[in-house]
Design a protein around this ligand. Structure first.
Ligand code: GLC
Length: 786
C-alpha cells in the first residue's frame, strides 16, 4: 500500500494520505537553523544546537502520535466550524477534507480544502537566515463572501531542551514573553549567563488578538484539537510570566468569492533585540517569499548537479539524483543529534558518524567537509584515540574509549583529499583534546597517532582490542581483563593503513610509507591466522578468548556481516577466501529486506556479549537488518565483480523501491532508515529510525562510486562500473575539482564489470583515470565495457 508518490520534476515526494504509518518528516534549512516538519506540520526547530538552543518544544513518544508543531487553524465565523490546515491537530475526516503534503528540498508545502476554502501553506528556512518562514495562501472557492478567523500556534521550548523536560519546580516559573505590534517574543532567561538568544514569532498582518500563555489559548484542560480561543473566537491577549510560553496570533480574514489572500509568519531566533526587525520587515512583503524560495532552489540545483545519473532503473535515479544526496546533507549537518528518533538531547556530533557522513557529502561542497574534518580532528586526544562525540555549539568533546572512532578520521580525510586534491590539509595545525592543554599537531600527525593508538592497543592474537566497543556500539565483549579483540577494527585498520601508505607517498614521507605498509601486512597476517573460521571470518574474541561470529557459537551470532564485507574492502585475503566469505554472507544473511547484521539472534541476555543481547532478537544490533553496513557488502560485491548481486542488495534496501509496501517498511520511502526488523522478529521488514543514519552516506557512496562506478581517486576521477548484466547503458554527470564530466557508459557485451576502452573528447585514453587539467572545465567521456 502506498501513501504517496515521487514527483521527480519538482524533486518532491507527495503524500496524499496523512495517516502515514509513522510521521514522515522533512528537514527545513541547510545551514545553522534547522526545522523538523512532519506531513502534518508536527515537529520543532532549533538554532545551531538541538540541545542548547531549542526554539520549539516537542514531546517525543507522545499520544496521539506526533502532536505539537507549527499549527494554523481556520474558523468560519458564521458557522463556528473550525479546522486545521495541516490535518493535525484537529484531524478532520478525510473525504470532506482534502489534503496533500509535498516534501521538497528544504521546504514543505501542505495543502487542504474544506467547505470551499482551500489553503496552501509553505514552510521553509531561507538560505543564510536564522528563521523559518510560513506562507499561507487562503482561497475562497465559493460564491459567497466568507468571514474567517485564522489562529497560529507554536509552543516555545525554554531554550535548553534537557532542562525544559525536567526540573519543573524551576522552569514553570521562568517563562517570559512580550508582544509588540504583530511580533510575539519569547525571551525566557535571555541575557542571563545561560541564554544569549531569544525567539520571535511574527506575522505580516494586524492582529485581532494574541496569546502567549498556553492555558489561556487552550483552556486549562483544553487541547490542541479544540483550543478554547478558537472555539470562542477570542484570544485573551495573555503575556506569560511563568508556566508555558506559546505564540498564537489571531487574524481576521474576509474573503470575497474567488479571492486569495496570503499571510506570512516568521519564526526565528536572534542575539540582540532589533536584529530581528529587518527580517520581520522583509517578509511583510509577500514577494520576499518567492525571492528566497528561488535562492533555495538554485542552491539545491547546484548541490545536486555534482552527481547526476540516468540508469535503466528509475528508482535508483530518484534516490541517487535527489533524495539520497539530500539525506546526506542532513546527516552531514546534524549527525545523529536531532530527528524524530534522536531527541536532540542525548547525542551531538558523533566522531565516527560525522567522519562517515563526509563520505556521502564531500563531492557536493568540499570546503564544508574540510572545515568539519578539522573540527572533528580537534577533539582527538594526543594519544591518538578520540572523544566519541562533540556538541555542535561548543565543539567540546565528550565520552570516549571506542576502538574504532579515531580510525574513521583517516578514511574521511583520505576521501576529502581524493575529492579535492587538497593535500595541504594534512599540514594544517590542529589542536588536540578540544584545545585543552594547548597541544596541537598537523592533521597528518593526528592521522599517524590514530594508527599508532591501535598498534599499541592490540590483544593476544595481535588484533585490536575491542575496548568499550567498535563500530557496533552494543558489542561489549569486555569484563575485568579488557582483553577482548575486534576483527572488524583489524580490517578497518588494514583499510586505513593502506590509505596512509598512499598519503605518506604523496607527502614524500618514505619512512612513514614503509611503516604503514608493514602495519597493514602484519595485520593481514594476524587476521588470516586467527580470524578465519573455515567458511567466513569471525567477528572477534571475548576476553576469555571465546570466538564471536563462528560456527561454534551455539548461543547465536554465528556469522556476522561486517568482517566478510570489510575483508574484501580492505583486501585482507586471497580471492578464494574473500569469495567464500561473501558466498556465506549471501547464503546465511541476505533477505528480500536487506542483509542481517548477523544471525541467528541472541535469545538470552549475556553480559559477556553486552548490550547486543539486550534487544529482542531481530531488532537493532541483535540480528536486525542494520542498514548502515549493507552498502559495505554492496561495495565488496562490486570489488569481486559481481554486479548482479550488488544491485540486488542495493534494491533490497532502497527506500523508493519500497514505496508500494509502505505498510511493511513504514518509514519514509524517500530516505534510508537505520534498521529494518530481521527475520527473527514478528515484524520482519519494518523500518525504524529514519533519516540520521550512516546508511545515507554509505548507500550513496556504494551506488555512485562502486555500482555506477564513478569515484574520486587521488590522481583523478576513476571510472569502474559494476552493474547488472542486463543494463545496456547509463549516463553519469559528475562535477570534480571544478570540472564537469559527462560520462556515457555502454555495455554491449552484457558484462558486470570490465572496461574495453575509454574515449575522452573522442580520443582513447590509457587506463580508467580520467584526465584533469585545471584550465579545462568540460570533458565528454565514452566508456565501453566488455
Ligand atoms: C548507530 C550509531 C553508530 C553505530 C551503529 C552501530 O547507528 O549512530 O555510530 O556505529 O549504531 O552500533
Amino acid at each position: 500500500m502506498q501513501y504517496g508518490y515521487f514527483d521527480n520534476d519538482k524533486r518532491e515526494y507527495v503524500i496524499t494520505n496523512p495517516e502515514t504509518p509513522l510521521p514522515w518528516i522533512n528537514y527545513l534549512g541547510a545551514d545553522r537553523f534547522c526545522g523538523l516538519i512532519s506531513q502534518s506540520a508536527g515537529g520543532y526547530c532549533f538554532y545551531e544546537d538541538a540541545l542548547l538552543r531549542r526554539i520549539l518544544r516537542y514531546r517525543y513518544n507522545n499520544i496521539p502520535m506526533d502532536m505539537g508543531g507549527r499549527y494554523l487553524y481556520l474558523r468560519d465565523n458564521k458557522t463556528e466550524d473550525f479546522w486545521s490546515l495541516t490535518w493535525q491537530p484537529v484531524r478532520p475526516a478525510i473525504g470532506e477534507y482534502k489534503y496533500e503534503c509535498r516534501h521538497g528540498m528544504g521546504y514543505t508545502r501542505i495543502s487542504s480544502e474544506y467547505k470551499g476554502i482551500s489553503t496552501s501553506t509553505l514552510y521553509f528556512v531561507p538560505k543564510n537566515e536564522i528563521n523559518e518562514v510560513w506562507c499561507c495562501e487562503v482561497t475562497n472557492n465559493t460564491d459567497v463572501q466568507r468571514e474567517l478567523s485564522m489562529f497560529s500556534f507554536v509552543e516555545f521550548c525554554l531554550i535548553e531542551a534537557q532542562k525544559d523536560m525536567t526540573d519543573f519546580q524551576f522552569n514553570l516559573n521562568i517563562g517570559t514573553t512580550k508582544v509588540k505590534d504583530s511580533v510575539i517574543y519569547h525571551d525566557t532567561l535571555y541575557g542571563t549567563d545561560a541564554i544569549d538568544i531569544f525567539a520571535y514569532f511574527a506575522c505580516n498582518r494586524e492582529l485581532a488578538g494574541f496569546d502567549t500563555q498556553r492555558r489561556d489559548f487552550l483552556g486549562t484542560y483544553g487541547s490542541l484539537e479544540k483550543p478554547r480561543a478558537v472555539v470562542e473566537n477570542k484570544c485573551r491577549n495573555s503575556i506569560a510570566r511563568g508556566w508555558s510560553p506559546v505564540g498564537s496570533h489571531h487574524i481576521v480574514l474576509t474573503l470575497k468569492p474567488g479571492e486569495t489572500q496570503k499571510v506570512v509568519f516568521v519564526l526565528g531566533a536572534a542575539h540582540n533585540f532589533g536584529d530581528e526587525l529587518p527580517i520581520v520587515e522583509k517578509y511583510k512583503d509577500e514577494k520576499a517569499v518567492d525571492v528566497e524560495m528561488q535562492k533555495l532552489k538554485e542552491y539545491w540545483d547546484r548541490n545536486l548537479s555534482a552527481y547526476a545519473t540516468s540508469t535503466p532503473d528509475e528508482e535508483i535515479n530518484t534516490m541517487v539524483n535527489i533524495w539520497n544526496q539530500y539525506q546526506c546533507r542532513t546527516t552531514f549537518n546534524w549527525s545523529r543529534s536531532a530527528s524524530y528518533y534522536e531527541s536532540g538531547i542525548g547525542r551531538g556530533m558523533g566522531f565516527r558518524d560525522s567522519c562517515q557522513d563526509i563520505v556521502g557529502f564531500v563531492h557536493m561542497i568540499p570546503h564544508e567537509a574540510r572545515e568539519r574534518l578539522i573540527d572533528i580532528a580537534s577533539t582527538q586526544f594526543e594519544t591518538g584515540d578520540a572523544y566519541h562525540q562533540y556538541q555542535p555549539l561548543t565543539k567540546k568533546g565528550a565520552d570516549g574509549g571506542f576502538s574504532d572512532d579515531h580510525l574513521w578520521l583517516i578514511l574521511a580525510t583520505a576521501q576529502y583529499i581524493k575529492e579535492s586534491g587538497d593535500l595541504d590539509i594534512l599540514k594544517v595545525d590542529t589542536p588536540y583534546n578540544c584545545g585543552e592543554g594547548g597541544k596541537s599537531g598537523t592533521l597528518y600527525n593526528h592521522l599517524d597517532k590514530a594508527l599508532e593508538f591501535t598498534v599499541t592497543h592490540c590483544g593476544p592474537e595481535g588484533l585490536p582490542l575491542m575496548l568499550r566497543a567498535d563500530w557496533n556500539d552494543c558489542l561489549n565483549l569486555n569484563g575485568a581483563h579488557k582483553r577482548a579483540e575486534s576483527v572488524f577494527t583489524a580490517l578497518q585498520f588494514i583499510y586505513v593503513a593502506k590509505e596512509m601508505v598512499q598519503l605518506a607517498d604523496m607527502m614524500g614521507d618514505s619512512e612513514g610509507k614503509k611503516k604503514y605498509q608493514k602495519y597493514a601486512d602484519d595485520m593481514i597476517k594476524n587476521v588470516n591466522e586467527y580470524a578465519w573460521d573455515g567458511e567466513w571470518f569471525k567477528r572477534g574474541f571475548t576476553e576469555e578468548g571465546r570466538p564471536v561470529g563462528s560456527h561454534v557459537c551455539d548461543e547465536g551470532g554465528q556469522i556476522y556481516l561486517l568482517p566478510q564485507a570489510w575483508a574484501v574492502m580492505a583486501g585482507a585475503s586471497d580471492r578464494e577466501r574473500l569469495v567464500t566469505a561473501m558466498n556465506s554472507l549471501n547464503k546465511r544473511l541476505a533477505s528480500e529486506h536487506g542483509i542481517h547484521l548477523f544471525l541467528p539472534g541472541y535469545e538470552v541476555y549475556d553480559w559477556k556479549l553486552g548490550a547486543v543481547s539486550l534487544y529482542p532478537a531481530g531488532l537493532k544490533e541483535n540480528a536486525g537488518i542494520f542498514c548502515h553496513p549493507n552498502p559495505w557488502a554492496i561495495i565488496a560485491e562490486t570489488i569481486l565483480g559481481r554486479g548482479d548481486l550488488a544491485y540486488q542488495y542495493h534494491k533490497a534496501l532502497l527506500p523508493a523501491a519500497k514505496n508500494e509496501i509502505s505498510e511493511v517498511r513504514k518509514t519514509e520511502p524517500y530516505v534510508y532508515c537505520q534498521m529494518i526488523a530481521g527475520k527473527d522478529h514478528t515484524e520482519f521488514g519494518e523500518g525504524k529510525n529514519s533519516w540520521l543514519t550512516g546508511t545515507a552516506a554509505w548507500s550513496f557512496f556504494a551506488v555512485s562510486s562502486y555500482i555506477l562506478g564513478v569515484r574520486a581517486g587521488y590522481d583523478g576521477l576513476v571510472v569502474d562500473p559494476c552493474i547488472p548484466k542486463d543494463w545496456e547503458s547509463l549516463q553519469v554527470n559528475r562535477r570534480f575539482r571544478g570540472a564537469e564530466y559527462s560520462i556515457k557508459i555502454f555495455n554491449p557485451d552484457k558484462v558486470n564489470k570490465g572496461i574495453k576502452c575509454i574515449k575522452v573528447d573522442g580520443k582513447e585514453i590509457e587506463g580508467n583515470v580520467l584526465p584533469y587539467n585545471k584550465d579545462k572545465l568540460k570533458y565528454d567521456v565514452e566508456v565501453y565495457m566488455g
